[in-house]
Design a protein around this ligand. Structure first.
Ligand SMILES: *Cc1c(COP(=O)(O)O)cnc(C)c1O
Length: 221
């Protein structure tokens, strides 16, 4: 798709999605020009899975990269935490105590505070990143106590399914965890779940942040 097609599709999707839902454009494998076309279409949040690629995209961004919020949505290794903090405004994928501690330490050194989400492995899949549902509360407590991190959300990826309806019980479970988290920690406001083939179900189950790649940009190369 060319830039004007991406901008048009983005406008259509943003018009269709309820106004309380924030759309993050998932830009892995896309060019800076493609990502910027989504911004042209009205996107204000870009999500990337890889630290180095996101840094390169920002460097070559055709418009001011500071005009959008950059979200880390891929698995973050501890040894990339420092670099990630230079590139991203939000880390959606905090899924362990050691990673949390490194992020706090690096933010303290840099004298800044960053919003973070906890990533929950909602279907308890062996191969997936994310913390187990039962371990969310203790990670949340520790995050809330970290002076340079602000706990703002819960993020999840559903398991692979053929029909997005099969994700509904998992999304519902994530929404329950989110509500409990929000009661305990008033800074929590975002439930980030739902991708191109599942965002409608996710919104019905309470997502107020969705992450779209294919719907905005077409099939991945
Ligand atoms: C790629 C990706 C998305 C978007 O996937 P699509 O199916 O292309 O919409 C959302 N979230 C994460 C974490 C991703 O890696």
């Amino acid at each position: 798709m060319n830039a004007s097609e991406i901008a048009e599709r983005t406008k259509r999707v943003l018009a269709e999605v309820p106004s309380h839902v924030t759309v993050v454009a998932a830009v892995k494998t896309r060019t800076p020009e493609e990502a910027a076309a989504a911004v042209e279409g009205g996107i204000r949040h870009l999500g990337h899975n890889y630290v180095q690629e996101a840094a390169a995209m920002k460097e070559h961004f055709p418009i001011d990269p500071a005009s959008v919020q950059w979200h880390m949505i891929g698995h973050l290794q501890r040894n990339k935490a420092k670099k990630a903090l230079k590139v991203f405004d939000v880390i959606q994928t905090v899924d362990s105590h050691p990673l949390l501690d490194v992020l706090e330490r690096e933010c303290a050194k840099a004298e800044r505070t960053i919003p973070v989400f906890i990533e929950v492995n909602i279907a308890e899949e062996q191969t997936k990143s994310g913390i187990l549902p039962e371990d969310v509360p203790s990670l949340a407590e520790r995050t809330a106590k970290a002076p340079h991190l602000r706990l703002e959300g819960l993020m999840t990826m559903g398991p692979p399914v053929n029909d997005p309806e099969e994700l509904r019980p998992f999304f519902r479970k994530a929404a329950e965890i989110f509500e409990r988290l929000r009661e305990r920690h008033p800074s929590v406001k975002w439930l980030s779940m739902g991708m191109s083939d599942s965002y409608r179900v996710a919104i019905e189950e309470g997502a107020n942040m969705i992450r779209l790649g294919t719907t905005l940009f077409g099939r991945r190369r």
